[in-house]
Design a protein around this ligand. Structure first.
Ligand code: PLP
Length: 123
């Protein structure tokens, strides 16, 4: 890393704690050994990870593996994805539960992407 002016960070995309299996864990160990700061972003998906218990387990599993929960996205309104949609009010209420039950550093930022916006918008 000494000759580089770039600080590389890596953002994983896991939506559910069951995605962090043995293979992911061993890959993450190697990335950590290489000195990369690791973050995770998730998309809130109906009937996949729209329960507080699931999101809490995801944050805790990420943390056990040295990964910081970074973003929790509202779903992009792409064709064919309506069955995964979680209404924003429900997302905010879930996010409040995470705030109550997790230390702040394990609460991902609830955001949405908007075409043309220069960054993810807080919800
Ligand atoms: C959000 C996002 C970024 C930008 O990350 P910030 O930390 O918000 O600047 C870069 N790449 C991908 C794929 C992203 O989703």
């Amino acid at each position: 890393m000494t000759a580089s002016r770039l600080n590389v960070v890596l953002v994983l995309h896991a939506n559910h704690p069951h995605e962090i299996d043995r293979d992911v864990e061993s890959a993450v160990v190697m990335l950590k050994q290489a000195g990369l700061p690791l973050f995770n972003q998730s998309v809130l998906l109906r009937e996949v990870n729209d329960r507080a218990d699931t999101l809490i387990e995801l944050s805790e599993t990420l943390f056990e593996n040295g990964i910081v929960p970074y973003y929790l996205h509202l779903l992009d309104k792409a064709a064919g994805t309506a069955h995964f949609d979680v209404p924003p009010e429900q997302a905010v209420s879930l996010h409040d539960k995470l705030r109550q039950r997790l230390p702040g550093y394990l609460v991902p930022r609830l955001v949405r992407e908007q075409a043309g916006a220069p960054y993810k918008l807080p919800v």
